[in-house]
Design a protein around this ligand. Structure first.
Ligand code: NDP
Ligand code: BG6
Length: 488
C-alpha cells in the first residue's frame, strides 16, 4: 500500500539550534526524506541558526554527516543528498544579540507570499527571546509560523508565562507546539481505530472496560542528555506530554470533525477531567542503578546525589460519565527491559462463566495498540483449544501487525517529525498541542511534583534491564491487577 504524497508550497524554514542533537538526529533527516519522497519542493530553503561560527558550506558538511548517520543508509543517494544540501543556508548568531535578527532577515526570501516558519530547536529558556527577536526585526508575517518543542515550561506558571510571551507576538493559529508522539503513525491510528470503526464505540466505556495501561518503556539511559534531563525527570519529560496525550486520545469523546480545534477541545476536556493523584501510593518514582558494565543514572547524568526520577508509574482516573471507576495506569522509564510503547485496553471478564472450571480459565480480552516497535494491534481472546479432548479453553492473540497486514514490511515508516514538519508548512494544527491543553496538563502534574519536593522523596533504585521498582508492581497488585510484560 503506497502512501500518496501531496507536495507542499515553497517555504523558508529557519531552524534555530540547527547544530544541536534534535536538529541533527531528527529534523535534518526528516526534511531530507520529505524531499526524497517528492513532498518538499526544490525551491524550499532551510536556514540553520546557531552560535557556532561557520559558513554555509561548513553547515552543509555538518548536515551531510547528520544524514549519513541518521537518515538510514538505504535512503542515501549522492545526487539527492547534493540536491537537499543545496537548499540549506546558515546564519551564525547568538539569539540574545539583536543585530543577528537583521542578518537573518537578509538570508530569507523577501517574497511576501512565501511561507516562513521558525523552528525553535533550542533550550526553552530562549523561546521568549526568540519570539521577541523575530517580531522585533519584523521577520514575522501573517502567514509565518513558530514551532516550539516540549516540554513547554517546567510547571504551570512557567508554561503560562511562555504562552503569554508567544501570544504577545503571534496568533494562536501561528503557534505549533510539538509533541512528536502525535506524529507517530500508530498514534494517529488510535484515532482511526476509535473513530472510523463503529464496533468499538459501544464497548468504549466503564461498563465494559476494566482498566487501561499506557506504557512507554525505553531500554536506553539518558545518553548524552544528562544535564537537560536531570533538571526535568520522567514526569516532566514524558508523562506531562507524551503519556497524557496518549491518554487523551484513548479517553476523548468523538470530535464532530477531524479539525484542529474540534480535536483539541475534546482532549482538553479529558485533561480537565483527570482526577488529582492525592494518594502517595498511587505514584511511584524510580531511578536506574548500575549493573556490571552499565552506568547508573547518577553516573550517566553526572549528578551523584540527584533525586531526579528516570521512571514513573502512576494511577489516575478520568472523572467523567464514560470512564467513572476505570483506572488508567501510566508507566514510563529509561533503562528498562526493552523499548516498547503500547496502550492496552483491558476489558472486563465475561459476566457469567458457563464452562466447567476444569476446562481452563477464560481470560480478560485485551486490545493492545503497539506504537513501537512492530506497530500494530493485537486482541487477546479466549478460544477453544483446537482438537479433541473436550471443551478446553486457551488464550489466543489475534495479531494485526501493520507491516504484515498491510504488506509494508519493506516500507520505511516515516518518522513522526516528517509528518509534523510538513503539517506546519501545510498549516494543519490538528496534531499539535494548543496552549490551554499544555496548561491543563501542567495543572494536573504540578501537585504531584510539588508533593515530591515537600516530602523530600527519593526515587527508588531499580536494576537496568528490569521493569522498574517493585513498588510499581505493587501499584497494580494492590488493585488485583498486573502490568503487561515489557518485552520487545
Ligand atoms: P542541544 O543542546 O543539543 O542543541 C541546542 C542548539 O541550540 C545548538 O545548536 C546550539 O548551538 C544552539 N544554541 C544554544 N545557545 C544558543 C544561542 N544563545 N544562540 C543561538 N543558538 C544557540 O539541544 P537539543 O537539540 O537536544 O534540544 C533542542 C530542543 O528540543 C530543546 O527544547 C529540547 O527540550 C527539545 N527536545 C529535544 C529532543 C531530543 O531528542 N534532543 C526531544 C524532544 C524535545 P551553539 O551552541 O553552537 O549555539
Ligand atoms: C523525548 C524525550 O521527548 O522522547 C526523550 O525527551 C525520550 O527523553 C524520547 O527518549 C522518546 O521518544 P521515542 O520517539 O524514541 O519514543
Amino acid at each position: 500500500m503506497a502512501a500518496s504524497v501531496v507536495p507542499v508550497d515553497p517555504f523558508d524554514l529557519v531552524v534555530v539550534g540547527a547544530t544541536g542533537d534534535l536538529a541533527r538526529r531528527k529534523l535534518i533527516p526528516a526534511l531530507y526524506h520529505r524531499l526524497r519522497d517528492g513532498q518538499m519542493p526544490d525551491s524550499a530553503r532551510i536556514v540553520g541558526v546557531a552560535r557556532e561560527d561557520m559558513d554555509a558550506d561548513g553547515f552543509r558538511r555538518m548536515a551531510g554527516t547528520a544524514l549519513d548517520e541518521f537518515a538510514g543508509s538505504d535512503a542515501m543517494d549522492a545526487a539527492l543528498k547534493h540536491r537537499f544540501l543545496s537548499t540549506i543556508d546558515y546564519v551564525p548568531m547568538d539569539v540574545s544579540d539583536a543585530s543577528g535578527w537583521t542578518r537573518l532577515g537578509e538570508a530569507l526570501s523577501d517574497d511576501e507570499a512565501r511561507l516562513r516558519a521558525f523552528y525553535l530547536s533550542v533550550a526553552p529558556r530562549f523561546f521568549g527571546m526568540i519570539a521577541e527577536g523575530v517580531h522585533g526585526a519584523g521577520l514575522s508575517r501573517p502567514n509565518s509560523r513558530i514551532v516550539v518543542e516540549k516540554p513547554l515550561g517546567h510547571d504551570l506558571a512557567s508554561a503560562r508565562a511562555l504562552n503569554g510571551c508567544f501570544a504577545g507576538h503571534f496568533d494562536e493559529h501561528q503557534i505549533y507546539r510539538i509533541d512528536h508522539y502525535l506524529g507517530k503513525e500508530t498514534v494517529q491510528n488510535l484515532m482511526a481505530l476509535r473513530f472510523a470503526n463503529a464496533f468499538f464505540e459501544p464497548l468504549w466505556n466503564a461498563r465494559y472496560i476494566d482498566h487501561v495501561q499506557i506504557t512507554v518503556a525505553e531500554s536506553v539511559g539518558v545518553e548524552g542528555r544528562g544535564p537537560y534531563y536531570d533538571g526535568v525527570g520522567a514526569m516532566r519529560d514524558m508523562v506531562q506530554n507524551h503519556l497524557l496525550q496518549l491518554l487523551c486520545l484513548i479517553a476523548m469523546e468523538p470530535p464532530a470533525r477531524f479539525e484542529p480545534d474540534a480535536v483539541r477541545d475534546e482532549k482538553l476536556k479529558v485533561l480537565r477531567a483527570l482526577a488529582p493523584v492525592t494518594n502517595a501510593e498511587d505514584v511511584v518514582r524510580g531511578q536506574y542503578a548500575s549493573s556490571p558494565g552499565i552506568a547508573s543514572y547518577a553516573q550517566d547524568a553526572a549528578a551523584a546525589t540527584s533525586h531526579t526520577e528516570s521512571f514513573v508509574a502512576l494511577k489516575t482516573e478520568v472523572a467523567n460519565w464514560r470512564w467513572s471507576g476505570v483506572p488508567f495506569y501510566l508507566r514510563t522509564g529509561k533503562r528498562l527491559r526493552a523499548r516498547v510503547s503500547e496502550v492496552a485496553i483491558v476489558f472486563k471478564a465475561a459476566p457469567h462463566a458457563i464452562f466447567p472450571s476444569a476446562s481452563g480459565r477464560s481470560t480478560q480480552n485485551v486490545l493492545a495498540i503497539r506504537l513501537q516497535p512492530d506497530e500494530g494491534i493485537t486482541m487477546g481472546m479466549t478460544i477453544k483449544e483446537p482438537g479433541p479432548g473436550g471443551m478446553r479453553l486457551a488464550p489466543a492473540v489475534l495479531d494485526m501487525t501493520f507491516a504484515k497486514t498491510l504488506g509494508t514490511a519493506d516500507m520505511r515508516m516515516p518518522d513522526a517529525y516528517e509528518r509534523l514538519v510538513m503539517d506546519v508548512i501545510r498549516g494543519d494544527q490538528t496534531l499539535f498541542m494548543r496552549g490551554d491543553e499544555v496548561e491543563a496538563a501542567w495543572e494536573w502534574v504540578d501537585p504531584i511534583t510539588r508533593a515530591w519536593e515537600e516530602r523530600g522523596d527519593r526515587p527508588a533504585l531499580y536494576d537496568p534491564g528490569s521493569s522498574g521498582p517493585d513498588d510499581a508492581l505493587m501499584l497494580m497488585h494492590r488493585d488485583g491487577r498486573r502490568w503487561r510484560e515489557i518485552s520487545a
